[in-house]
Design a protein. Sequence first.
Length: 139
Amino acid sequence: MKHLRKELWFEVPSRRGFVNITPDVEAAVAESGVRNGLVLVNAMHITASVFINDDERGLHHDYEKWLEELAPHEPITQYRHNNTGEDNADAHLKRQIMGREVVVAITDGQLDFGPWEQIFYGEFDGRRRKRALIKIIGE
């Protein structure tokens, strides 16, 4: 069995943002030499996520609006977690909603996606270095 472990590093300059990492994952699959298997991509921080959806600006705007309605950043005093001196309780909740990881099948050396599917890194407490893990296994 072949395998590859790779880390992607991010420093999103704003508090929140979405980064299409599909080309990075495709490059890792090619590097691995795996023709048939699985790729796991997961955020290595508890205020970030990895998810699959469409790469469409309107949808990303809708996510931002929806997530802010579900878990607004301010007032920061509404969250008990922020009593620790943090101001990122909302980021933890947003990550919980958007998810920690994705698993995608690899078939004939390619990500086996449905129409319009892309992989995204979601940042909810940015302005510092964070990473995502790519783990590929297969034949």
